[in-house]
Write a protein that binds this ligand. Sequence first.
Ligand code: SER
Length: 318
Amino acid sequence: MPKILVTGATGQIGSELTLALREKYGGDNVVALGHKKEPTKELKDSGPFEKGDATDKNFLESLIDQYQIDTIYHLVGILSAAGEENPDNAWLVNVNSLKHVLDLAKEKGLKQVFWPSSIAAFGLGSPRDNTPQATIMDPNTIYGITKISGELLCNYYYNKYRLDVRSLRYPGLISYVTPPGGGTTDYAIDIFYQALEHKTYTSFLREDTMLPMMYMPDAIKGTIDLMETPNSKIRTRLSYNFTALSFTPKEIADEIKKHIPDFVCQFVPDRRQNIADTWPRTIDDTPARRDWGWQHEYDLAKMTEDMLKHLRAKLKIK
Ligand code: SER
């Protein structure tokens, strides 16, 4: 069994991936590291939970030693819109902490590292439709710059030290577990809460802004599948393009309307529109599907139905 440390365990991906890893490898084998956000009862009760700063190398080293960690899912990160508010902090959290993790993994002979990249690593020079795995990457948000820098670092540690580091370029992730948290694609989460609670939502992106997206159960499955793939099949140590579906704010609003007919959505773009305008509309993830058999399950209709069902229960709305 791997002995896993998950940083950012109370975040968007961590909240669910930690539980899925515990289910698979046993609660005691998956140490969750959170910082400011309180863990859910489930996260706290299902295995070891530590609180602390994932940018502190000494602290990370003490956790690796204490729990004899051999695998790290380094998920801690500042998302795109939040990054623009404090670029220095985005660099510190997204890049410096990754460098610490890669150095510790190298020094201590860890088996595997996972690190999340993003569609934000692409930029205005990248083709926006069917964006290929390998193409021009010139992001102009600090978040995107941290992601392409991190990819290059991961690739460097693989080539120079043969560290088994793997990564995915996540699209916008949609989940009913964690509330929206500073991402440009997070409108596609908030819209569900507002539709159920107030029957109205004002999108901060234009109605025709198409972005790549994925429902969280697919993202969790894909992440674990990638990590379980034999090393020889992994053909990129930068990061794999990874997608499920693409839609616009109008398309998701129309889908929600099929379930909540009096839902009204307005579109009032703000500064986040400028970020979305530099990102791909659709992604070509053929290499992930070919190299390690990536397949998604949820389309827009199936995801919308499932989100509404779970959020109704969570918010106690009939
Ligand atoms: N979901 C992220 C964001 O919007 C993109 O990776 O910032």
